[in-house]
Design a protein around this ligand. Structure first.
Ligand code: NDP
Ligand code: 8X3
Length: 252
């Protein structure tokens, strides 16, 4: 039977690449993001290229009412869902703690922690009902080691790390796998978002070394979903060869 994956943050970067990799491998998809036009373009592309079933849900993961309403509308599909990829997330700003903007903190906390929780809360009952399923949370190297000016972003990813570990314990009796994938620097729209459209600052992030691509990370995510039912990758950290951890990148 065809498998189905639900991917948040599929309009760009790692999430979009993840949609492509699962589609290439014959999976049906439910893709989520705020930018509807991008989701419909991706749906069109994936349907034509791979003939998969692709459902689009355009909403903001921070809004609990929108999360509930959108997921309620596809409950038949959720009843046969195999994998949830909690990928939607962002860094907003790059300031020392004393200079940080509270709006940026709210955006990161609401998206990276609360959004992930809202989506998970709605989907877990379907997995429990089936007695199986896999949650793949996208954390970061910033979930393990903090860096200068990373403060609140790192804190949200440390929270994801704690949630992945807790979810794994809570959901074990229900046969649900919880996998955390922690990428290092990947050249996506991430830095453009963090630096609020400043192209030069975004470009600088990836200068002097070869960063990961969205596809590199997507291939690792997909791998974790291909294992036998009794095998779970709990943690997978993936970085560019030039990166040892979130504070140490070797630049030429
Ligand atoms: P991108 O900016 O390219 O993609 C982020 C995705 O998240 C977009 O599809 C965006 O969609 C979605 N998103 C953001 N906010 C919301 C929201 N409120 N509701 C719904 N969707 C939302 O960045 P990446 O692909 O790099 O980031 C994906 C994940 O990977 C994030 O969790 C990030 O923290 C993590 N990560 C990234 C790394 C990197 O170096 N790039 C390294 C480690 C982790 P839209 O704007 O259309 O809503
Ligand atoms: C995103 C990568 O290094 O900016 O998690 O934290 S980094």
């Amino acid at each position: 039977m065809t498998k189905t994956v639900f991917i948040t943050g599929a309009t760009s970067g790692i999430g979009k690449a993840t949609a492509e990799v699962f589609a290439q491998n014959g999976w049906d998809l439910i893709i989520v993001g705020r930018r509807g036009k991008r989701l419909y373009d991706l749906q069109d592309h994936l349907r034509k290229a791979y003939k998969n079933e692709v459902d689009v849900l355009s909403f903001d993961v921070r809004n609990l009412a929108e999360v509930k309403e959108n997921l309620e509308n596809i409950k038949d599909k959720l009843g046969r869902l195999d994998v949830l990829v909690n990928n939607a997330g962002l860094a907003a700003g790059f300031d020392r703690i004393q200079d940080g903007k509270t709006e940026d903190w709210d955006t990161m906390i609401d998206t990276n922690i609360k959004g992930l929780l809202y989506i998970t809360k709605q989907i877990v009952p379907y997995f429990i009902e089936r007695g199986k399923g896999q949650i793949i949370n996208i954390a970061s190297t910033a979930a393990k080691v903090v860096y200068e000016k990373g403060n609140v972003y790192c804190a949200t990813k440390f929270a994801v790390d704690a949630l992945s570990k807790s979810m794994r314990i809570d959901l074990l009796p229900h046969g649900i796998k919880v996998t955390q994938v922690s990428p290092g620097a990947a050249e996506t729209e991430f830095s453009m978002v963090r630096f609020k459209g400043d192209k030069d600052l975004a470009k600088k992030t990836y200068e002097g070394y070869q960063p990961l691509t969205g596809v590199d990370v997507a291939s690792a995510i997909y791998y974790t979903a291909t294992l036998p039912d009794h095998v779970c990758i709990n943690e997978l950290e993936i970085t560019a060869l030039a990166q040892a951890n979130s504070t140490h990148v070797f630049r030429k």
